[in-house]
Design a protein around this ligand. Structure first.
Ligand SMILES: Cc1cc2nc3c(=O)[nH]c(=O)nc-3n(C[C@H](O)[C@H](O)[C@H](O)COP(=O)(O)OP(=O)(O)OC[C@H]3O[C@@H](n4cnc5c(N)ncnc54)[C@H](O)[C@@H]3O)c2cc1C
Length: 508
């Protein structure tokens, strides 16, 4: 039987990402009809403001204009993350390092061995220029740069609700995605375990051939109907609670072209600049910190009294589904699983999974049994390695100021793969061959910045005179490039204000 009618349940970021991916892959087939169903009663999670450069791939494919994204979603550029106090402050004082998006060094050069032997008194970020561009508050693009092109790599911070609206408008207009406002209460399943109908809360039945569950933490199909369990990762990732507070702009604060992630004694705080407000969140582990203490420390960070804030608390169940594709149902987004938000991995995983589904979409029901095992294998691998990358930020820290940090470095809270990788990286720095799967979302480039941003110990090795000369030159030319870039690139805020003015002129 040909699959013709597809339902996407949920109109948050993952639902509309799925609608655009499936729409762009399948809309040329006139027999296929895609409908997105969204409950008028269940709000979207409303957070998820940081992204990584992978997002551009989809946006370009969907035909979304970058200028429209920037203006309509109050977006700013994100060139990476500034990690503050992830190291012991009694040993290092107030400390920070950057994990920027640019490649740490030109392909073919192993600058990390040189940095370890000769330059480790400088920040590892100096192997490139982007950390310093961030610190200078510059935009990653020139005024004349084309859409989705920058002098440096970048992603975005945006208002999550506005981003979902933009994706919705595009999916409806460009790919003829149908939209239905209805709350799904359950489903009927046939004797093979495939879903035949959705049941709405007013008793109606909606029949489709294939179902994509993007219903967020409700997980109305994958969990409530199909009972696919979550594999918990709470033993590895210890944070399980978040307080979220939007902060109005005063007008005098800088518009940082990066996310700030400030560690505290049982987790960390995100600070994301939008053009209209700041998005902040206090991530903590309830086993190690009470809600009251979290609120106090959060208020302290924001520079206000506890009585002046009323943050929303979001509990986090850390883990992912045992299967993401079961019978004729695939789960995406928060229905697929959730990891704490450091490094903005969730939209990335939704986007990647939706793209993989669109590229491997079954034409007939009989294709499902051939495609689903492969899909589940790939997505499980990406989740596992993403857990490792998040864990890396905690387990190599030398902070011991609380049981939270002490427990995080306990070997028993690391996966075997991460343990194995870290023991190799003590002998020599990570390189491409350590990340041989295409599905490692975070590879040697990301590991290098985090490992050496946090003073990870790798044995020094000897390097040839020729390599020494090249690397020395690279550091010198980077220093010169930073000065040049400072003359060529606009201040981040000025770039965005300039874009807004230019768009207003065009509309007049
Ligand atoms: C604290 C926190 C911080 C985060 N920060 C980041 C970040 O910086 N970067 C990042 O990449 N990700 C982040 N995420 C994750 C990000 O929020 C999600 O990946 C993203 O919003 C996708 O969510 P979703 O679409 O799966 O779910 P939601 O946004 O919750 O949408 C669910 C949709 O399903 C619908 N629905 C629910 N039940 C039913 C039903 N019964 N019938 C019909 N419709 C239904 C709802 O109406 C809604 O439209 C964060 C998450 C949390 C919790």
């Amino acid at each position: 039987m040909k699959i013709k009618r597809i339902a996407i349940i949920g109109g948050g970021t993952s639902g509309w990402l799925a609608a655009n991916h499936l729409g762009s892959s399948l809309s040329a087939d006139e027999e296929i009809e895609i409908t997105l169903i969204e409950s008028p009663d269940v709000p979207t999670i409303g957070v998820g403001e940081g992204t990584v450069p992978y997002i551009m791939k989809g946006l370009k494919r969907f035909g979304i204009s970058e200028a429209e994204l920037l203006i309509s979603c109050d977006a700013t550029f994100k060139q990476g993350i500034k990690f503050v106090n992830w190291m012991d402050t009694t040993r290092h004082g107030e400390n920070h390092y950057y994990h920027p998006f640019d490649e740490p060094y030109p392909a073919g050069f192993d600058v990390s061995a040189y940095w370890l032997a000769h330059e480790s008194n400088r920040p590892f970020g100096d192997v490139g220029i982007q950390s310093r561009i961030c610190e200078l508050g510059l935009a990653p693009k020139r005024k004349s740069s084309g859409e989705y092109e920058g002098m440096l790599s970048y992603a975005y911070h945006f208002d999550a609700a506005k981003f979902a609206n933009l994706l919705a408008k595009n999916a409806k207009q460009r790919f003829n995605i149908n939209y239905l406002s209805a709350t799904i209460e359950g489903a009927n399943v046939d004797s093979d375990g495939n879903i035949t109908h959705l049941i709405t809360n007013d008793g109606g039945e909606l029949a489709f051939d294939f179902y994509v569950d993007c219903s967020g933490f409700s997980s109305i199909l994958i969990d409530k109907q199909l009972k696919v369990p979550i594999i918990s990762k709470a033993n590895e990732l210890l944070t399980d609670s978040v307080l979220v507070q939007q902060v109005p702009l005063t007008g005098s604060e800088p518009l940082n072209p990066y996310t700030t992630a400030t560690a505290h004694k049982a987790g960390w705080i995100w600070d994301i600049p939008l053009t209209t407000r700041r998005g902040t969140g206090f991530v903590y582990a309830s086993k190690y910190m009470s809600d009251e203490e979290a609120l106090e420390l959060y208020a302290q960070y924001l520079g206000v009294e506890v009585s002046e804030i009323s943050p929303r608390k979001i509990p986090m169940q850390v883990g992912y589904r045992e299967k993401f594709w079961h019978k004729n149902c695939v789960a995406l987004g928060l229905a697929q699983g959730f990891l704490e938000p450091i490094e903005a991995t969730s939209i990335l995983l939704s986007d990647f999974s939706a793209e993989l589904l669109a590229r491997n979409f079954p034409k007939h029901m009989s294709d499902i049994e051939k495609l689903a095992p492969y899909y589940n294998k790939v997505i499980t691998y990406t989740w596992d390695r993403t857990v490792d990358f998040i864990k890396l930020h905690y387990c190599i820290s030398d902070r011991t100021d609380s049981p939270f940090w002490q427990d995080n470095s306990n070997e028993q809270t690391l996966s075997d793969e991460l343990k194995e990788r870290l023991s190799r990286f003590e002998i020599s720095p990570p390189n491409q061959s350590d990340f041989f799967s295409k599905f490692d979302m975070f590879d040697e480039k990301n590991f290098l910045y985090v490992l050496y941003g946090m003073n990870f110990h790798t044995n020094k090795s000897t390097i040839s005179p020729q390599e020494l000369k090249h690397c020395k030159q690279l550091f010198e030319s980077n220093d010169a490039l930073v000065n040049e870039a400072a003359n060529q690139l606009l201040n981040h805020k000025d770039w965005l204000v300039g874009l807004k003015a230019a768009m207003q002129n065009i509309r007049r």
